[in-house]
Design a protein around this ligand. Structure first.
Ligand code: SAM
Length: 185
């Protein structure tokens, strides 16, 4: 079994959009407790690489590297770039601590998705794919438009596995158009 029900969301996103292939390098942001890491590591197989990042400690998973850090912290992003080099897919299931105040939760989730997007631009090889969770709201369209500029196309997917939380959706961007942009380039 998987560590979290969230695992089924990545399975569905992958079967809808074809995100992860055998041998790929995948970076998973907001990875604790590790359901997506388990699914990603099955999909990449023995020749692949999976790296998971979270504020929380992640119990070890065979063949998966984990980094404990805050994705809003530039030092964490640098550490990921140093340790991974180039990635084929960057996926983020990061979510803020929910306050119950809708506009605040929305704004924080968009901010985390933008952090994931910036990280993806530093890591993704041309042709690479990006996924980020976001709570739907007024800033979703602007985020989608910014992502769209860097990829062949972007879709929003609302997996059946997350039907219970109706405002949650995933931006799924396919086919990064250019090579990684690094700080200082
Ligand atoms: N995909 C995971 C799985 O399959 O087990 C579940 C992820 S859970 C919905 C969201 C995660 O985002 C939490 O573990 C939380 O600690 C993490 N998170 C939230 N803000 C973060 C930040 N600034 N940096 C790193 N991780 C963060």
């Amino acid at each position: 079994g998987y560590r979290s029900r969230a695992a089924y969301k990545l399975k569905q996103l992958d079967s809808d959009a074809g995100l992860v292939s055998d041998g790929d390098t995948v970076v998973d942001l907001g990875a604790a407790p590790g359901g997506w890491l388990q699914v990603a590591s099955e999909l990449v197989g023995e020749g692949g690489t999976v790296v998971g990042v979270d504020l929380q400690r992640i119990d070890s998973i065979d063949g998966v590297e984990t980094i404990r850090g805050d994705m809003t912290d530039e030092g964490t992003r640098e550490q990921i770039v140093e340790s991974v080099g180039e990635a084929d897919a960057v996926v983020s299931d990061m979510a803020p601590n929910m306050t119950g105040e809708y506009s605040l939760d929305h704004a924080r989730s968009v901010y985390l998705a933008r952090m994931a997007f910036e990280t993806a631009l530093e890591l993704l090889a041309p042709g690479g794919d990006f996924v980020a969770k976001v709570f739907e709201g007024p800033d979703t369209d602007a985020l989608r438009a910014d992502i769209d500029e860097e990829f062949e196309y972007v879709r929003t997917i609302h997996p059946d596995a997350s039907r219970d939380s109706s405002s949650e959706l995933y931006m799924v961007a396919k086919g990064r158009l250019t090579a990684p942009v690094r700080e200082g380039d």
